[in-house]
Design a protein around this ligand. Structure first.
Ligand code: PGA
Length: 215
């Protein structure tokens, strides 16, 4: 396959530091060299960013809508930039459980871009607003997330094609991606990679997925 694929593993609110260390040592054992046509980004909790820094390309899973300052509990883009080059913004779990709306998400994108972070921005269909200057859009239908029921590759491709009519950048698919179905998604013309959640938690499964994608 000639296309450069982006595989972004989303750990969500999983793994202690000790578990992250175990993950990394096994990951390196089973995949000593990352295939040339694959870019991997690991979206990990803030608490393990420091450990992974300089070992793998990293994304934070959230960013403050404010600059550094008196915003208790928030992590600013400036602070993230010390450890990670990317940030995931607009995941449906943030929208659902933390009531994040388009206005707030646009502020987060602005703060991230001001500090030079690249943004993966999640939408659940092609009608959702995409803030200007995000780097990658992830199409993730909410019903497919964590359910084991992925979208069909053909429908995902149709939605990603629609997204590309309003967004000039890479578009990836997420929602129950596994080593068994990844190839069907990345074979689609408008799909530039995948965003696996559950399938990124086990390093051997994640490597199976990477190898299946590039085969
Ligand atoms: P899943 O999660 O692969 O476990 O469905 C994907 C995501 O929420 O990004």
């Amino acid at each position: 396959m000639n296309k450069q694929l982006l595989i972004a593993g989303n750990w969500k609110s999983n793994k202690t530091l000790a578990e992250a260390k175990d993950w990394m040592s096994l990951f390196k054992q089973v995949l000593p060299v990352i295939p040339k046509n694959i870019s991997i980004v690991l979206c990990v909790p803030f608490t393990v960013l420091d450990f992974f820094h300089n070992q793998i390309t990293l994304a934070a899973q959230d960013v403050s809508p404010f600059e550094t300052g008196a915003y208790t509990g928030e992590i600013s883009a400036e602070q993230i930039k010390e450890f990670a080059d990317w940030v995931l913004i607009g995941h449906s779990e943030r929208r659902k459980y933390f009531l994040e709306d388009d206005r707030l998400l646009t502020q987060k994108v602005e703060r991230a871009k001001e500090k030079g972070l690249s943004v993966i921005y999640c939408v659940s269909d092609d009608s959702m607003k995409i803030p200007g200057n995000v780097d990658v859009v992830a199409y993730e239908p909410t019903w497919a997330i964590g359910t084991g029921k992925s979208d069909s590759p053909e429908n995902a491709n149709a939605v990603c094609t629609m997204i590309k009519k309003q967004f000039q950048g890479r578009v990836i698919y997420g929602g129950s991606v596994t080593d068994e179905n990844v190839k069907n998604f990345v074979n689609q013309s408008a799909i530039d990679g995948v965003l696996p959640g559950g399938a990124s938690l086990n390093p051997e499964k994640f490597v199976d997925l990477i190898q299946a994608a590039q085969s």
